[in-house]
Design a protein around this ligand. Structure first.
Ligand code: GRF
Length: 210
């Protein structure tokens, strides 16, 4: 645990849905297991339950929806401006369902991390758990995994791997039992990865740069 007066890593969490991973990060900040503070939660969907989790935790939250007449790059630049306003040391994509362009990523070099419910190089994109389960039911795989990686560019669920863990798929697994087990691993791995990043000397040292 960090000394009481050590600067805490400022985290902005980007979400699109339920926010169970956001909750794991909020809880870990709260109980001191990571020396960090979630300074804002940003959602591209107004209905995301994650926004309610932020409100319950007393964390500022913002809905930043894409306007219909707005280009992807203009949206990302606007999003970057809003996120940069919270001066994050770390931007965590936790169930964020949009691919970010360099108009966003260029503002936060080496500071954006993503969580994906599959092993590196496997099952990029949406519904990764469902696809792994279907492949297992078809006899094509017996395990899957979870990874946390840096997001350097527009590659989908791709980038330097910070942490990964395998998850067995059991013969009697239903989609729900597999999803529950993967989510439990995600919560643990995301918190552990953030804890490691917070202990690195640069984790509270600089702001956003275009
Ligand atoms: C997680 O499985 C995450 O890996 C994926 O979307 C899901 C988000 O879950 N990208 P939650 O919103 O954190 O509950």
């Amino acid at each position: 645990m960090a000394p009481p007066h050590a600067p805490r890593t400022r985290i902005v969490v980007l979400v699109s849905g339920n926010g169970s991973n956001l909750q794991a990060v909020l809880d870990a900040c709260d109980d001191g297991s990571i020396p960090a503070e979630v300074v804002a939660v940003v959602s591209n969907r107004s209905s995301a339950f994650a926004l309610e989790r932020a409100a319950t935790a007393g964390v500022p939250s913002v809905h930043v929806g894409k306007h219909t007449d707005e280009t992807r790059r203009d949206y990302d630049a606007r999003l970057a401006d809003i996120v940069a306003g919270f001066a994050p040391d770390l931007v965590v994509l936790a169930g964020w369902m949009r691919i970010l362009t360099s108009d966003f990523l260029g503002w936060f070099p080496d500071r954006v991390i993503n969580l994906h419910p599959a092993r590196p190089g496997e099952l990029p994109g949406v519904n990764a758990i469902e696809r792994a389960w279907h492949e297992a039911m078809a006899g094509q795989r017996t395990s899957t995994g979870v990874m946390v990686h840096l997001v350097p560019d527009e590659g989908v669920d791709d980038g330097p791997v910070l942490a990964t863990e395998d998850v067995d798929i059991r013969p009697d697994d239903t989609f729900d039992t597999l999803a529950d087990r993967i989510h439990a691993v995600e919560h643990r791995l995301l918190v552990a990865t953030i804890a490691t990043l917070c202990r690195q000397p640069s984790s509270t040292s600089s702001g956003a740069t275009p």
